[in-house]
Design a binder for this molecule. Sequence first.
Ligand SMILES: *Cc1c(COP(=O)(O)O)cnc(C)c1O
Length: 229
Amino acid sequence: MSASEVPLADRLASIDDRIATAARQAGRPAEDITRIAVTKFHPAALVDDLYGLGVRDVGENRVQEVLEKVAEVGDLQDLRWHFVGQLQTNKARAVRRVVSVIHSLDRAKLADALDVEGEAPLDVLIQVNLTDDPGRGGVAPENLSALAEHAAGCAGLRVRGVMAVAPLDEEPAAAFERLAGHAQTVRRVFPDATWISAGMTGDFEAAVHAGATHLRIGTAITGPRPVRG
Ligand SMILES: *Cc1c(COP(=O)(O)O)cnc(C)c1O
């Protein structure tokens, strides 16, 4: 059987086993770790299937796709949508309305666009760029403090911590160690911002060892993504 032929329930269980093992090895309670199933490019029906298996946190990275999928899936009790992709300011409010957490706050203008008064504050993570390539998304570490300070002035936002994607050309463990330092920078402004969103299919165990509280796992759970234009 190829990986994509293994039933969804088995893939999910095997990932949860690996998370539990990594947590034990790191001396951390597995309950401190939220596993987000990244369902991008897959049909809404997959979210229903995952929900039936007990998944309550799903992740998407494209605006149009998350808006369509949320509408299609409809109200499922306790299901939380996490937005993990780059976000344009003119789409910010639409996404804010349908998701529980935005992992990709990376600039002051986006903070302002997401800062809607008169509604419950939105949980956000500040995305930090761990590479030297500005195109990879996330705020550069040297601008992190200033962005956190700016977000502190946005009553409609609740900054919970940091998010990052490991660079392609570096050991993820080393990159995630840096991220733990960036998390401390944010905690100087928001003492209770304890979340660290890091770790994907290829590196989630390293992320657990480095203190990640939120893992964003796609293909290892869902199987290969369908090609989509
Ligand atoms: C697609 C995606 C993931 C999941 O990636 P996999 O390698 O399939 O686990 C995680 N984080 C972000 C930001 C993504 O875009």
